[in-house]
Structures are given as C-alpha cells and as structure tokens.
Design a protein around this ligand. Structure first.
Ligand SMILES: [Zn+2]
Length: 70
C-alpha cells in the first residue's frame, strides 16, 4: 500500500511507502526516509511546522533522529 503525497521538492506527486518507510518522487528523483521528509517539510515550510506542532511538542526531549526508528 503506497500513499500519494505532495512532493516537498517539486510539488508533484510523491509516494509514501508502506509503514512510512520511505518517500519517493519520480519527477525529481526525491528519495528519503519519512523522518527526513518531515524534517524537510518543517525546514522549508513553516505551515507544516504548525500542523506538526502537536506531534513535535508531545515528543519534546527526543532528538529528530528518533524518527528514523519508527
Ligand atoms: Zn518531486
């Protein structure tokens, strides 16, 4: 089961892999983990940071690197 999501890089259609294991975009060859994808979004678009604020707030104290362990 692959979900279609908006590519943070080219604004095209990217694929979110099963179990949030990867994010890939055939348009711009984006290929990263979901953790990296989240960091990419929050770094490049403050609106995403607002959306994800509840999540990041609830895990305060953990490093961003822990996202890779999902
Ligand atoms: Zn793309």
């Amino acid at each position: 089961m692959v979900m279609k999501i908006k590519c943070p890089k080219c604004k095209g259609v990217a694929e979110l892999g099963d179990d949030f294991s990867y994010v890939r975009c055939s348009n711009c060859s984006l290929d990263m983990t979901y953790g990296e994808y989240i960091k990419y979004l929050t770094y490049n678009d403050s609106t995403y940071a607002d959306i994800l604020g509840d999540y990041t707030g609830s895990t305060e104290g953990t490093t961003a690197g822990s996202l890779d362990e999902w």
